[in-house]
Design a protein around this ligand. Structure first.
Ligand code: SAM
Length: 354
């Protein structure tokens, strides 16, 4: 067998870099096809969730540090030329960024970009839902960790549950589909609502997704005692009935989807996103752009490529493309969270975007 020397690896990388820039198909060194770009359009958020955002409001980035819309459009257009087909706008809270709707309209006009999605906390959804629909968004993820008003205020720092719920209902009546609810399960904080959330999939056409709590960021309430595995969640919600697996397309993400056997066909489903208990790195098709213009090939690795510097020092389109491709070539085989001291990744979730 040929011994893989560092020189060969470097040569292979250079060749892959050139091939990939030309080919219009992004495949990394582990044969994963990368077609999905998550873009955090701002680190600012109108909520301060205890498990996500540092409490100090003064910690936000100055506007000049965010990529402006022209820069974002340039990067996304180039990424699409390279083979990206799906973009998700995230944040912070994407709907707090000024003129977000006209930005989305411009995104929707990009040739080859078939799928633009949005992840929101729902606080401003009722206000923007019709405009979002009109601008071309059809698929929404809404983060909601409790259905109890007072608890919502405790978790998020804001008494906004009613607004979020109104936004969810409006989105459904306007025809967004799918509407996915993302619930981060936190032991001792909201785990007494697991069954209530699962029941929503029987009464509403919602995909209710349970996300395992991840140790990201330095200023959150992370602790192993707060973590609940998907297996435990599945077992706890199975009091409602038998869960039957549902086949999904790879583009639809890493969630393992089920339906309660008694669920009516047009109703909802439940999903499990298990980055801790069931690594899905071998199927990861994502690249992330943080709100400060850094490319990140793995949510749970702090290694980043500074795209903003390239953009703001006269970098050519080819330089930007090469940075995108190189980041993909550097994408780790899998996250190494468990090998890290302190079991944490230090990037701030509100800048990375989840
Ligand atoms: N503001 C938008 C929202 O609420 O969906 C987008 C940004 S938010 C950072 C994206 C997602 O990350 C949310 O669903 C949030 O619950 C999730 N999230 C944040 N911190 C997390 C953590 N430590 N573990 C698991 N999920 C987390």
């Amino acid at each position: 067998m040929t011994k893989i020397t560092p020189e060969i690896t470097q040569k292979q990388q250079e060749k892959s870099l050139e091939n990939l820039v030309e080919s219009g198909q992004l495949v990394d060194l582990f044969s994963r096809s990368i077609s999905y770009l998550r873009v955090s359009v701002t680190d600012q958020c109108n909520l301060r969730c205890i498990y996500c955002t540092p409490r100090e409001i003064g910690d936000k980035l100055p506007c000049s540090e965010l990529l402006n819309y022209e820069e974002l459009l340039r990067v996304i257009k180039l990424a699409v030329k390279l083979g990206i087909r799906k973009v998700r706008l995230t944040g912070g809270e994407p709907l707090v960024r000024k003129n977000i709707i006209s930005f989305i309209r411009r995104l929707a006009a990009i040739d080859g970009l078939d799928d633009i999605r949005l992840t929101t906390n729902g606080v401003m959804l009722a206000k923007y839902a019709a405009d979002l629909f009109d601008a071309g968004i059809r698929k929404l993820n809404i983060s909601l960790d409790t259905m109890q008003r007072e608890r919502f205020a405790k978790i998020t720092g804001a008494d906004r549950f009613e607004q979020v719920w109104q936004g969810i209902n409006l989105a459904q009546s306007l025809g967004f589909s799918p509407v996915k609810l993302n619930m981060v399960a936190l032991r001792g904080i909201n785990d007494d609502e697991l069954v209530d959330f699962a029941r929503l999939s029987l009464t509403h056409a919602l995909q209710v997704r349970f996300i395992e709590f991840m140790p990201i960021g330095d200023a959150t309430i992370w602790g192993e005692e707060r973590y609940i595995s998907s297996e435990e969640i599945k077992e706890r919600i199975s009091v409602l009935g038998e869960l039957v697996p549902v086949e999904t397309a790879r583009m639809d993400g890493p969630a393992r989807i089920y339906r309660f056997r008694q669920a009516v066909e047009d109703r909802g489903s439940v999903g499990f996103i298990s980055p801790i208990s069931h690594k899905f790195c071998d199927q990861c098709n994502r690249l992330r752009l943080t709100s400060e213009g850094k490319l990140r090939s793995c949510l749970l690795s702090d290694k980043e490529t500074d795209l903003k510097v390239i953009l703001r020092t006269g970098g050519s389109d080819d330089d930007v493309k090469k940075a995108l491709v190189q980041t993909i070539l550097d994408k780790p085989k899998s996250h190494n969270l468990f090998e890290k001291e302190g079991f944490n990744c230090h990037g701030q979730m509100s800048r990375i975007g989840g």
